[in-house]
Design a protein around this ligand. Structure first.
Ligand code: FMN
Length: 436
């Protein structure tokens, strides 16, 4: 199966190799068409956002005003701070020029002359690699004013990297814009939406790194080609980042609609020691967890996962085997969201701390069945009551984990489970806050 975002081409990160493989031809092709045509093709391709919400990319672009006296902006979201998500970094490292070319085409389509690639500040290595690629593209005349000469048109566009300071909340699109503006990363109330009132009050589009990296191939090969890959309602490929208890953790680019069990057993090599799977979080730590005994037939695309009671999120698949201490996992997740809550909304600021506290009480062996209902109640009172979706991100794993594994949690509070306990899962180990 052909890979769109991370093709198996050696040294593709080098500009000459990218050009030798047809690179920077899609921007030339795009510039020979109207910006409306480009938006139309991306709409018809069915490309949906890869940053979490799976919203139609072409439709989002069409919200940008056609006539305005204000400058327009594109923000490419590479904050990638959710536990279990580690795919955008692969693009910075292995295929940065396709991201740059996608950024140019997107800017042309929406009428922006400036793009900011927002990258989590700790990702020093990837910031350096992308900056090198951007510098090389400037030198060759593919970015900046020299574009006019290279492509013989009036359009040109500048690309800047903006380093974040390591806050998960700054991946939320409106907090990201505040952060670029030099303000505290507080999410903004919506509406107004960024297409009307974005960076410095100007029309702005925000898309994920992987979303943008798909764009050159859609222009090069046509929207029909893209629309026919994977699931019709969520076409293309996804970068599935598989972590936790699998033999071959890593990032796998596969068509949407690939079976979750195939990703775990066929591609990621199955579970060490052939243990049973207790739980899988299919799209990054904020997505509703699935029971290991109910994975059969689940396809990995936005619609199928919604039908299965979860969501595709960022495609970060976290696998937990039968010996995993789910209370410890959930306490660790709750700790993360408590730490990352920006504190602007009371339900999230207070509720995330309460959930962590109650889970730690259960972990210490002092929990009761009533604590489980209390946790569901706190989570339900956060959901829908905050300015941004960090509230849901914190509440979903708690509410769904306890509801779906009620039998397990009841046994834990009654101390009926003997635990060969492990340290949560790989993807959470790198974080700086051990739960003990
Ligand atoms: C707390 C929070 C953190 C987020 N972090 C990211 C992120 O790191 N990268 C990302 O692309 N989207 C992130 N999002 C989603 C963005 O708000 C936005 O929907 C996305 O960047 C849009 O791009 P897409 O349509 O291409 O998916 C986050 C959302 C929330 C609520």
């Amino acid at each position: 199966m052909e890979k769109i975002v991370l093709p198996d081409i050696e040294n593709l990160h080098q500009i000459d190799v990218y050009i030798a493989n047809g690179g920077y031809k899609a921007i030339k092709k795009a510039l020979s068409q109207s910006s409306d045509d480009i938006i139309d093709q991306v709409k018809k391709s069915g490309l949906r956002g890869r940053g979490g919400a799976a919203f139609s990319a072409g439709l989002k672009w069409s919200f940008m005003p056609k006539t305005t006296d204000k400058p327009k902006y594109l923000c490419v979201n590479g904050d990638e701070s959710e536990p279990g998500s580690f795919k955008d970094r692969q693009i910075f490292e292995y295929n940065p020029h396709q991201l740059i070319e996608g950024t140019l085409i997107t800017c042309y389509a929406i009428g922006a002359k400036t793009a900011y690639v927002y990258i989590r500040g700790e990702y020093h290595k990837w910031i350096k690699l992308l900056q090198k690629a951007i510098d090389d593209a400037y030198e060759k005349g593919f970015v900046g004013e020299k574009m006019k000469e290279t492509f013989g048109t009036d359009f040109y566009c500048d690309i800047y990297i903006h380093k974040g300071a390591g806050a998960y909340i700054c991946g939320e699109e409106s907090a990201l814009m505040n952060s670029i503006e030099g303000k505290r990363g507080y999410p903004r109330v919506k509406p107004p939406f960024p297409a009307q009132n974005g960076l410095w009050g100007c029309p702005t589009t925000i898309n994920n790194v992987e979303t943008i990296t798909n764009v050159p191939k859609i222009i090069e090969k046509g929207w029909e080609w893209f629309a026919n890959i994977g699931e019709p309602k969520h076409p293309g490929t996804l970068l599935f980042g598989v972590s936790g208890h699998v033999n071959k953790p890593g990032v796998y680019e596969l068509p949407t609609g690939t079976l979750l069990t195939d990703i775990i057993y066929k591609y990621a090599g199955g579970v060490p020691g052939n243990k049973k799977i207790l739980c899988v979080i299919p799209g990054g730590s904020s997505m509703p967890p699935l029971r290991g005994d109910q994975l059969e037939g689940i396809k990995m695309d936005a619609e199928s996962l919604r039908a299965a009671g979860s969501a595709i999120g960022t495609g970060g698949i976290m696998v937990m085997d039968e010996d995993t201490d789910l209370v410890k996992v959930l306490a660790r997740i709750a700790h993360f969201y408590h730490h990352e809550s920006c504190g602007q909304c009371t339900p999230c600021r207070e509720g995330t701390g309460w959930m962590e506290k109650v889970l730690k009480r259960i972990l210490a062996g002092n929990g009761t069945s009533a604590d489980l209902d209390l946790l569901i109640s706190i989570a339900s009172n956060i959901e829908g009551n905050t300015v941004c979706a960090l509230g849901e991100a914190a509440a979903w794993p708690v509410r769904h984990m306890i509801t779906r594994f009620r039998d397990y949690f009841e046994k834990r509070v009654k101390k009926e489970i003997k635990l060969p306990v492990k340290n949560t899962v790989h993807s959470m180990r790198h974080t700086a806050f051990p739960i003990e």
